[in-house]
Structures are given as C-alpha cells and as structure tokens.
Design a protein around this ligand. Structure first.
Ligand SMILES: [Fe+2]
Length: 396
C-alpha cells in the first residue's frame, strides 16, 4: 500500500515556492504500529520532506522510542547521552527530572506542573525563554502584547563524543491554546513573524545552502566546524544574539581549562554541509552556538580562484571571525518567508530530519499554562556524511 502524504498547511508568511519539498502530513497510518513496508515509506518520505506530521496520534513512550530507533536501529542512548533515571533513581520528584522512568530515552518537556505522568508523580517543567539566554530582552510591556523571540536555533545533538541524531520525534500531549504571538528578530532588519503560541519553528538546511551566493557555497562545501568541548557548558555564561542564531562575542564563554574533564579526541569536527542519504541534496547543518573553530580546505585543483574565499584553505580560530562568517551564511535562511512555524494540536506527532533542518523553541508561557510533550532522539551510530568530491567540484 502506498502511504498518503499531504503538504502541510503553510502560514501566509511563508513563501510557498520554498516549501515545495518541505513537510508532509502522513494520513491514515498509526505511527506506533507501522508495518515494515509502511515504515520504509515513512523513512523515505522523512528524508525527502524533512518533517512529517501525524495527527490525532496515541503513542506510548515505548512506541515512540521504538519508532525513533527504527531510523537508526544500532543506536541506543538519548541524543545527549544523559540517562538521568539511572543517576537519580531515588529522586524521581526532583524538579529537573524530565526523563520518563520506564523509557529513559524519552524526555518530558514543556511548561507548568504535570502530575502522575508516565510514572512521574510530579514534574515541574519550564518552557525555555530567551530571557535566560539572549543578551538583550523583549521588554515586559512588549511581552504582554505578545512579542517574543526565537529561543535558540539548533540541531538536537550533544556535539561532544556523540554523533548527531538522525531524527527527533516530538509528540504533543498537552498544548495550551492562546492568541498568536509576534516573533521579533530585533536585529535592525525589522523582520518579524506571526507565530502560534508555543510553536516549534523549522528551517530547511537545504534551503540554507541553496540560497547562498556562489562564494559562500564554495566555502561551505570545503569547510568543517569544530565544536567546543562540552559545548553547552562552555556557552552557558555567554549570551545569544536576538535572533537566537548564535552567541554574541563578549568573551564570556567558560575558559576551556575550567570545563569538566574533556578530551580533544571527543571534540566533534563535522562538515558544514551534510549530504542527504536519500535525495543527495546538501543541507547546511551547523549549530552556531557551539562552534569554536572553522577548518577550510583549499580549492580543488582546477577550480577558479577569482572571488573565492580562503582559496588556499584556512584554520580559523578567531571566534569573532568564525561566528561572523557563519552568521552571514545562516541568517538569510531564517527570514520570515523561509520559516515553518508548526501550529501544535494535542496528539500531534512530528518527526523531523535532524540532519536536514534547524529548529527552535519560540514563545513564552505563564506558569499556569501546562504544556507537555514527549521528545525522543538518539545519538546516531555514525557521523553525517559531508559533500562528495563531485559536490565539492560542482560548487567550487
Ligand atoms: Fe531541539
């Protein structure tokens, strides 16, 4: 049986010509009980369309874990490798504990207090807010009017020691309703985007690559990023830009000597551009906040040097130069017309290609607005493939 795929409804802000191959609703399938034949089609569709939506789903944590693992049967651990249940067995009431005890690869995320949930007597959840992460903040007055920001554009990945998960599954169990909010970029462009309350926003890494001018395409296919050791500890004291697309250069990162024990061998060095295993398309996949260095290969023999950036290759260790370059390459792709804000309904399941999109939490909830989601992603059994020699030739 051929599965039924329907394009996702796009908001008025989106440019439909940029979403032809992005996002599909899968109709008439129970994602918790897929036959091998149906799964093969879902998997194929995921790599082709980057995000799949199933509506009105009933999915246990066990089923969600099994579904997520089916995309990478050899992987085992949660994407960040933290099996909190094992280390906190005696304190399942701990406010920060969000792991489903029976299925530690599935996390409970959201906002407000959730009671008697899948073995958790009480879980206090907090929707991440730009107030705790950005250098500048939306004023209380504007926030009361519904103004908000992207929290942090990212790939779901530990970026240290573990490989970036292939897919993330997000299952909306309790979804508070409220008026639309305005996501403001606050970066002097005047850009803003109307968003449903508590949306998850996605941009295509393929589009991020496709819209680059030739000199940046040439750089992207030759470049690798090196992530900081324990990047989330390293970046913790630093503050993000108002677009949530990277960190302000203020020298606030934790010095490497003050990080928990780390080994250089575990630092991730990943291509800037990742090759889609089904379509062969190139996706610009960089988690800008965690990057510490950029490594650029020289142009291949025979390539035109005119106008080329870093024609002889480079190892860029100046953090400002690294971040400025990445921002120039990534910012165009988060323009309002290129963002898909998902309008969550209860019992929606979204599977997204974590190696093909960037995403962000958006919005702000009041403490009494209870939002409960199950999230699962698994550190992959391999690192993503970069561009082939042919790709590099084509774009340099
Ligand atoms: Fe995420």
């Amino acid at each position: 049986m051929v599965i039924e795929l329907v394009p996702l409804p796009l908001p008025k802000s989106a440019d439909p010509s940029r979403f032809v191959d992005f996002g599909r609703e899968v109709k008439g399938l129970d994602p918790g009980n897929l036959s091998p034949g149906d799964f093969a089609q879902v998997e194929d569709a995921l790599y082709k369309y980057s995000a799949l939506l199933f509506r009105n789903v009933s999915l246990s944590p066990e089923q969600q874990y099994a579904l997520t693992k089916a995309f990478d049967p050899q992987c085992e651990n949660y994407g960040h490798g933290n099996n909190k249940t094992e280390s906190n067995k005696k304190s399942i009431l701990h406010p920060d504990l969000k792991t489903i005890p029976r299925v530690p690869q599935v996390q409970l995320i959201g906002n407000g207090v959730v009671y008697n949930h899948e073995g958790l007597a009480e879980a206090k959840l907090k929707h991440p807010s730009h107030h705790t992460f950005h250098k500048t903040q939306v004023s209380n007055e504007d926030e009361a009017k519904g103004v908000t920001r992207f929290y942090r554009w990212h790939i779901d990945a530990a970026l240290y020691g573990l490989s970036p998960p292939r897919v993330t599954t997000l299952y909306g169990i309790a979804v508070p309703k409220g008026p639309m909010q305005t996501c403001r970029y606050d970066d002097d462009t005047g850009d803003q985007l109307p968003v449903p309350l508590g949306t998850t926003v996605f941009v295509s890494g393929r589009t991020m690559f496709d819209i680059l001018p030739p000199e940046f395409k040439s750089l992207a296919v030759r470049a690798k990023v090196k992530y900081a050791p324990h990047p989330y500890v390293w970046m913790a004291p630093a503050r993000a830009m108002p677009t949530g697309l990277g960190i302000e250069c203020e020298g606030l990162e934790l010095p490497l000597s003050e990080l928990p024990y780390w080994e250089e061998a575990k630092q991730k060095i990943l291509p800037v551009v990742w090759k889609n295993p089904v379509t062969g398309n190139l996706h610009f996949q960089v988690h800008p906040c965690g990057v510490i260095e950029l490594l650029v290969n020289p142009l291949p023999a025979g390539a035109k040097r005119e106008g080329a950036l870093y024609a002889d290759g480079a190892h860029i260790t100046d953090l400002k130069e690294v971040r400025d370059l990445l921002y120039k390459m990534q910012r165009p792709a988060i323009a309002p017309s290129l963002v898909y804000p998902h309008d969550w309904h209860e019992n929606d399941l979204v599977i997204f290609h974590n190696r093909g999109v960037l995403h962000s939490v958006v919005g702000a909830f009041k403490p009494n607005q209870v939002r409960a989601f199950h999230q699962c992603n698994l550190a992959a059994s391999d690192d993503p493939a970069g561009p082939t020699e042919g790709d590099v030739k084509k774009w340099t």
